[in-house]
Design a protein around this ligand. Sequence first.
Ligand code: BTN
Length: 263
Amino acid sequence: MREFNEKSLIRYAKDYFLKRRITFLNEVNSTNTYAKTLCSQGKGAGALVVADSQTAGRGRRGRSFVSNPDAGVYFSAVYTLSGEEKAAGLLTSLAGLAVRDALYSLYNLQCTIKWPNDILCEGKKLCGILCEAVNENGRAKYAVVGIGLNVQKQDFPDELSLTAGSIADFYDGEIDRSELVAEIVFHLDRLVLKRRALMGHDAHEYTALLKKYSDTVGKQVKVILPDSEEYAEAIDIADNGGLVVKTMYETKVLTAGEVVHPR
Ligand code: BTN
């Protein structure tokens, strides 16, 4: 197995011209929690926190994220927000695009994005994304983009065994986890820092890509919100990254919650 540590990450960061302050940890409770602590200590700008394993990896809706040693990549990239962002809500979707692009360019995998941001390969979830804000003086000052990606084949808990998968299920070659992290962050930094996508630039272009790679648009879905569930047809991705759904009564844009695709 290839090296996965601070040195190997710094080497790739140099190759990719990534301007990041890298922290590598063999084990941490959650890279998102660690990155948020850095932010609250004033050390968040440009931080990239990467771990070989997490003892309390967190997913959306209070779920945990399986984060075994030597099995995946678990990392959090911090972006400083100016307060002028018109499209901050696009961040989770952009992270999904960045992961998709990286898996295609490194391993030729054709992944799809289950709204809002699970990355699937042949219907199996390889990756989850959890974005969190850190507030300062009453406004969001930092966005922490947490990405967990299953790399090696592994035994998932029973409840995930039918839905979860790993890159190695679909790619036979050797996987260099440092290269993988650098490639994903490279794509995400390109969208967020270089193309200033959170300022609302080229939103149509990104939503067209999100629609093209969507695993959700065109399907009948069950929409799950904190206090309700309903059936709908997913028909489009809105410019803010929301999912446009048509229920029996109305057409609306979902910006929160999640959907399941009944089989
Ligand atoms: C989900 O599938 O609901 C989202 C999972 C996000 C997991 C990643 S792993 C790195 C970062 N640290 C965490 O605690 N969670 C995210």
